[in-house]
Ligand binder design. Structure first.
Ligand SMILES: NC(=O)c1ccc[n+]([C@@H]2O[C@H](COP(=O)([O-])OP(=O)(O)OC[C@H]3O[C@@H](n4cnc5c(N)ncnc54)[C@H](O)[C@@H]3O)[C@@H](O)[C@H]2O)c1
Length: 163
């Protein structure tokens, strides 16, 4: 798929208020895509979306990717607005520095819930809207290939969502 192929495509981006995901959203908007943008931080998402170029209004949604109910709500809104998803970009992420001695079970679970479970919940909820030609892009990390001190949970989660 080339950049020009994005014209009119329906692109869903989670964590879309974030630096990297929003940069992708801007490129997609420039290319004429129809955007569905979600994040837990809806204030930041709205502020970012207001800076997008003129075009079809993006659909802005609150989604905690760790919550499967939010993923189902996202799917329902996408279905109602567009009836399909051409590209899903799983951009939501949580990066914490936590040396092993300070990594408790709750921190581990939260990291997994956002960085790994969240990818599953969103793909799973949108599966009926994705088709053979659709693309799913998980924004993983080099950490998924090689961990680093203080990031063992993040590395495990990102490793889990490499293709
Ligand atoms: N910045 C880097 O150097 C780097 C390197 C490799 C991978 N990544 C990955 O790229 C992605 C974007 O990172 P970024 O640097 O733009 O970070 P960022 O912090 O600017 O963006 C992350 C976004 O995810 C959102 N988010 C956090 N928890 C969420 C949740 N539970 N549900 C929904 N949204 C949630 C945040 O509100 C934020 O808008 C992340 O997945 C990150 O792990 C970043």
């Amino acid at each position: 798929m080339t950049e020009t192929d994005l014209d009119g495509r329906v692109i869903v981006i989670t964590g879309a208020a974030g630096e990297i995901p929003f940069a992708v959203a801007r490129l997609a908007a420039d290319a004429g895509a129809r955007l569905v943008l979600s994040d837990v931080n809806t204030d930041r998402l709205a502020a970012q979306a207001a800076t997008l170029p003129d075009g079809p209004d993006p659909l802005l949604l609150r989604q905690d990717v760790a919550d499967p109910v939010d993923a189902l709500a996202l799917a329902a809104q996408c279905d109602a607005a567009h009836g399909r998803v051409d590209v899903l970009i799983n951009g939501a992420g949580l990066y914490e520095h936590r040396p092993l001695g300070a990594l408790d079970a709750a921190s581990w679970r939260r990291c997994m819930a956002v960085n790994l479970d969240g990818v599953f919940h969103t793909i799973h909820a949108l599966q009926d809207l994705l088709s053979q030609g659709s693309a799913v892009v998980n924004i993983a990390s080099h950490s998924g290939h090689q961990g680093s001190p203080g990031h063992s949970a993040y590395a495990a989660a990102k490793g889990g969502c490499l293709r």
